[in-house]
Design a protein around this ligand. Structure first.
Ligand SMILES: [Zn+2]
Length: 53
């Protein structure tokens, strides 16, 4: 029941387009697409990861 507003999201690197991170987000708290600065093992550096559908 606590899962009603939770949605699975995938974060992909905006530089190499690899999908590096899976996460859950709260739709109510985060209705917009998220962007995170995360380490990309393919670019071997921190890059912006965008939520992808
Ligand atoms: Zn990358």
């Amino acid at each position: 029941m606590a899962a009603i507003n939770r949605a699975k999201v995938v974060f992909e690197c905006t530089e190499c387009k690899h999908r590096n991170y899976d996460s859950m987000k709260n739709k109510k708290n985060d209705p917009e697409r998220l962007q995170l600065n995360k380490y990309c093992p393919f670019c071997k550096k921190h890059t912006v990861h965008k939520e992808s559908k």
